[in-house]
Design a binder for this molecule. Sequence first.
Ligand SMILES: Cc1ncc(COP(=O)(O)O)c(C=O)c1O
Length: 373
Amino acid sequence: MKEAEMEEEEVLTHLDEFYAKNTSYKRVFSSMCTYPHPIAVKVHHKFIASNLGDPGLFAGTAEIEKRVVRWIGTMLHNPNATGYITTGGTESNIQAIRAARNSIGAKNPNIIVSESAHFSFDKISDLLQVEVRKAELDEEMRADISSVESLIDSNTVALVGIAGTTEFGQIDPIREMSTLAEEHNLFLHVDAAFGGFVIPFLERRYDFDFALSGVTSITSDPHKMGFSTIPAGGLLFREDHHIHHLQTETPYLTRRTQHSLSGTRSGASVAAAYAVMRHLGMKGYKKIVENCMDLTRRLVQRAGEIGIQPIIEPVTNVVVLDVPELNETRERLHKRGWMTSITRKPPGLRLVIMPHITEETLDSFIDDLKRVT
Ligand SMILES: Cc1ncc(COP(=O)(O)O)c(C=O)c1O
C-alpha cells in the first residue's frame, strides 16, 4: 500500500480504468453467470455488512437464509430440506461429498461421477482425499448407468448425478442413479448448480430432485440462473442428520456450532437471493427460462441454416456446435468480440444462452459465425 492518502473521487476515477478492462456480459456465451437482477443489487448493498458466520448477530439475515433454503427446497420437491447458502457450486459439492464421506466412514473412500463432471470434483479428490471415479458417457453425453454400476465397490460412499452438465447442459439418468444408490446404501448427490433454476421450468419434466427417494443432497445456485449476486450457491440435504456430519464447534461465537465451510460469509448475497426470488416468483423464473429456451432453439435453427449442427439436441440452454476448425473459428469469433468456450470430448463450440443474450445478439452472432466458417 502507498504511504499517502488519496481522495475518494480520485480513487473512484482510478478504479474506472480497471473496470473498463472487464468484459460486459453482452457478447458472452461462455459463462454460466449473468447480470444480477437490479433488485438483487440493491438488496446486496443494503445487507453488505451482515456476516452469516456469526448468525446470532444478524438474526434477520439468518431468518432470510432459512426462507431461501425452504424456497429452493420447495422447487426441488422437499420444503423440509436443510442446508445453507454457500459461495457457489464448488463449495456445495465439496460439502456434500464431505458429509457423505464423514457419514459412511469407508477406509479408502471413493465417489463415482461421470466424465462430464465439473472440475470441482478434481478439487474434492485432492481436498478430501477421496478417489473420484469417472463413469463413461452414453451417446447423448449422459452418465452411462452400467458404467456407474461397474465402478461401485465396498469403499464407495457416494454417487454423483449432474442435472445440467457444465459442458453440454445435459441431465444424467438420476432416476436410475437413485435406484442404484438405494440398492447399495449410498449417498446420491445431484449437482444442479446450473440446472437447479432451469429444469423445474422446462416444458418437459425430468426426474432429478428430492422427489426421487434416493437423492440425498442437491447443489442449486442462485448466482447462476437464479439471477442473483455472486457469491450464492445453494446446498440442500434431504434430512437434518446429513448436515450434522459437517458440524464444527464455535465456542466464541453467538451460536455453538457451524456447518459452513467458510467462517465469515456473506449475508448480502443471501438477502439478494431472497429478494430476487420473492420478486420474480415461480412465474418470473419460468418466463426467463422459456425465453432462454426459445433463443436456444432459434440458435440451433439458424446454425442449421448455415450448415452447422449441434453435437446433441440441447436439453437446457446450452448448445454445443460441431464447427469446422474449432480453435481457429473460436479465435476468429473472439476477434469479433464474442466470448465462447469449447467442450473436451467430443470437442465443440460451447454456447450458454444466459438471460443477457437477446434475439438481436444471437442473430448478429450467427451472422459472424457464417462469416468465419
Ligand atoms: C455443474 C456445475 N457444478 C459446479 C459448478 C461450480 O460452480 P461455482 O463456479 O459456483 O463454484 C459449475 C460451474 O459452472 C457447474 O456448471
